[in-house]
Design a protein around this ligand. Structure first.
Ligand SMILES: [Zn+2]
Length: 378
């Protein structure tokens, strides 16, 4: 935790120390600089949208998009049922199916929810899909990435700056947000997204056991892979997650009934690819960011931040509990400290498709009503 984070939304407050007694113009200069830094990052909802769009673009470029409107429409309908019941129903929610066998789901700020073809291939019911989408939606509604960005010391700006007027800062913000989204969130945020997500799914009418069922499937899948075995065997957080999901279901008496296996199977027919057969890209530890200007300085700031945050951030994401990387496929290998220590992960490094174009689908109010009626959702 850095000391600036507490004043991020506050107006500038300068506590003026007794400069005169210790004297010196150098010190005065330092105080002025500090006062500017204290201003912190002010982010509007419009900024959040722009940022989410840019992060989504990075993700789409890395993994490609399944160019199938029918699949997108179905996933969007399930997502819309949940988004409508969420605390931010009016965001322009988008549900994007990524063209990779890697198993993952990623939420970018502003309502950009991504799920991989590989994840869809493991899901066995609409309730499981609702479970994972509900979890990702909660990362957005709880503004997990935005809050983390606002705490980031590397992303403070000067007193007179706005995000809209500073393209270099915006670009750094996109780099940092992309990295955060791909790395997964900390334990607290993940547990919060699990808890709220399962409540959201149930409120939308889906059996609340969906997310836990999918996590168990993923755990089983990874136990078959020697590289993952150690990780999962020594990862009490997964069991903690499952226990807490069960506890939430019990304590909140969540008992919505819809599982809708048949409807899911009708729309999604992907076959799972065993972890050992997932094609990966040889990217070394290539950049998490999209590059751009001021990279070197930016990297060192990020490294400083990582070191600072390392002890409290045990990352664990949805799928592999490991951090995927962005942009690696198109970049030359570039081994950095953080990347190198992250090691190989098949889901993260899974090869993606080549077409990043979003697939536009339209879901009308009538579509949504019909979809809910057909599934006997409230
Ligand atoms: Zn998550």
């Amino acid at each position: 935790m850095n000391r600036y984070s507490v004043v991020l939304f506050a107006s500038l407050v300068v506590v003026w120390p007794s400069v005169a007694s210790s004297g010196g113009s150098l010190q005065l200069g330092a105080i002025t600089k500090r006062a500017q830094q204290l201003r912190g990052l002010q982010i509007t909802e419009e900024d959040e949208q722009r940022l989410g769009e840019a992060v989504s673009e990075r993700i789409r470029e890395r993994y490609g998009v399944v160019q199938d409107p029918k699949v997108h429409k179905y996933v969007t309908l399930v997502g819309a049922v949940l988004a409508e019941a969420s605390s931010r129903p009016h965001l322009p929610w988008r549900f994007i199916v990524l063209d990779t066998d890697g198993v993952n789901a990623l939420a970018a700020p502003g309502g950009y929810i991504h799920i991989t073809r590989g994840a869809l291939s493991l899901i066995r019911s609409e309730a499981e899909l609702a479970g994972v989408l509900g979890h990702e939606i909660e990362h957005v509604t709880e503004k997990h990435t935005m809050k983390a960005i606002q705490k980031s010391k590397a992303l403070q700006m000067g007193a007179d700056e706005t995000l809209a007027g500073n393209s270099a800062l915006f670009s750094r913000l996109v780099d940092r947000a992309s990295e955060m989204v791909m790395a997964g969130f900390g334990r607290g945020e993940e547990l919060e997204a699990d808890r709220n997500g399962v409540v959201l799914a149930a409120e939308a009418g889906y059996a609340p056991t969906g997310l836990g069922a999918l996590l168990r499937t993923i755990m089983d899948r990874n136990q078959g892979a020697s590289e993952k075995q150690g990780l999962f065997a020594s990862h009490p957080e997964m069991q903690e997650r499952l226990d807490k999901l069960d506890a939430t279901i019990r304590s909140k008496k969540l008992d919505a009934p819809a599982t809708l296996e048949a409807r899911y199977a009708k729309h999604i027919t992907y076959e799972p690819v065993p972890p050992g057969a997932v094609a990966t890209v040889t990217e070394g530890a290539a950049g998490l960011t999209g590059g751009g200007s001021g990279k070197a300085a930016d990297e060192s700031e990020k490294e400083a931040e990582k070191t600072e945050e390392a002890p409290k951030k045990k990352r664990f994401g949805l799928s592999a509990l490991r951090a995927p990387s962005l942009g690696g496929e198109k970049k030359s290998a570039e081994v950095t400290g953080s990347g190198a220590s992250r090691g190989v992960d098949r889901e993260r490094d899974a090869k993606g498709g080549s077409n990043p174009a979003p697939v536009e689908v339209t879901v009308t109010a009538a579509d949504l009503t019909a979809f809910k009626q057909e599934g006997q959702l409230p």
